[in-house]
Design a protein around this ligand. Structure first.
Ligand SMILES: NC(=O)c1ccc[n+]([C@@H]2O[C@H](COP(=O)([O-])OP(=O)(O)OC[C@H]3O[C@@H](n4cnc5c(N)ncnc54)[C@H](OP(=O)(O)O)[C@@H]3O)[C@@H](O)[C@H]2O)c1
Length: 316
């Protein structure tokens, strides 16, 4: 289905794609995969709105991209996904400053944090990785509806293998906290959100894609203790003897592919890895997507829970 694969880079995936006239909004654009996605899309002519929670880091990221692309069309916006107040303020500013969004890349994330809570009392990983993006996407929908050939890409992870959404206790109020179960839950939620978006918005021509980027050395591992890092590497290498890190341009390639590949037009609600749509697989530890992450009734349950918890309402 795709000429690209594990080793493809952002520039290779986008080589034949013209993004001039397209507006892209990327969360977590000051670091790692988000910064690379911004760089590569700007290089193909996109107007890129780079969102992050720290203006200084955003400025440094813009400066790094402008080193090679002085004319890049870049804007920044400060938005903390761990605060509904910040999300509402930032999206209100975005609706005043920008006319439309064609591609929304929900990329920001935290992994394996200690037991922490967002400003609104949500468990940090579920709150940042899923609920924050849910509320932000709802508030940006009026801009997305004004775009064309719109796509929403949600960065998930193979980490979704480590946990389903616990609808009775999403914030670990009653079960013991486990940083990996919490990351897994949040990354399963990213896929279920993709399914929920596709079910509601495909009719308007807006399609949603979930992505596993691969294993890439970025700032994502900053919360891991040396013991956690060792445990993770043991798990990964014992389940996948051929495990290899991707470079950052290889890691961001599947995001760029999901956002632009002509062969995916009209075919959202899927989970992509290595620049392909992944197969459903409930056994493999090295590839595929779990069936629970694509379950439409779980997706509806998550949608309702997310509306209730954030107070966000998608325009109907
Ligand atoms: N790297 C991998 O191997 C891997 C594997 C599977 C999935 N992923 C997914 O890929 C995505 C990008 O990760 P990465 O590897 O590029 O990591 P990264 O370099 O740590 O980038 C994460 C970005 O998210 C931002 N962020 C974190 N909390 C935020 C908040 N409350 N509000 C706004 N922004 C926030 C960070 O901002 P600050 O710089 O301010 O913290 C940073 O810009 C994540 O969703 C991750 O789960 C990565």
């Amino acid at each position: 289905m795709s000429e690209f694969g594990w080793a493809s880079t952002t520039d290779e995936v986008l080589a034949e794609i013209d993004l001039s006239g397209r507006t892209v909004f990327i969360t977590g654009a000051n670091s790692g995969l988000g910064q690379e996605t911004a760089r590569a899309m700007a290089a193909r002519g996109a107007h890129v709105i780079m969102a992050g929670r720290d203006q200084e880091k955003l400025d440094a990221s813009v400066a790094a991209i402008r080193t090679d692309q002085p004319q890049a069309a870049l804007d920044t916006i400060t938005l903390d996904l761990g605060s509904l107040e910040s999300i509402r303020a930032a999206t209100s500013r975005a609706r005043q400053r920008f006319d439309k969004i064609d591609l929304l890349i929900n990329n920001a994330g935290v992994m394996a944090t200690p037991f922490l809570h967002t400003a609104d009392g949500f468990e940090m990983q579920f709150g940042t990785n899923h609920l924050g993006h849910f509320a932000m996407t709802a508030e940006l929908m009026p801009l997305i509806e004004r775009g064309s050939a719109q796509r929403i890409v949600n960065l998930s992870s193979r980490g979704h293998f480590m946990g389903q959404v616990d609808f009775a206790d999403p914030h670990f109020a009653r079960r013991p906290y486990d940083p990996w179960a919490a990351y897994g839950q949040s990354k399963t939620a990213n896929v279920l959100f993709t399914v929920g978006l596709e079910a509601r918005y495909a009719v308007l021509g807006i399609h949603a894609y979930a992505v596993h980027p691969g294993g890439i050395e970025t700032n994502l591992g900053r919360h891991m203790t040396p013991e956690m890092r060792e445990g993770l590497m043991k798990r990964v290498t014992s389940s996948d003897g051929g495990f290899q890190w991707k470079t950052i341009p290889q890691g961001a390639a599947t995001t760029c592919w999901a956002a632009t590949a002509p062969e995916l037009e009209g075919k959202g609600g899927v989970y992509c890895e290595d620049c392909h749509v992944a197969s459903v697989d409930d056994e493999s530890s090295t590839a595929g997507v779990r069936s629970y992450a694509l379950n439409p009734s779980h997706a509806d349950q998550l949608w309702k829970l997310s509306e209730d918890q954030t107070g966000a309402k998608f325009p109907s």
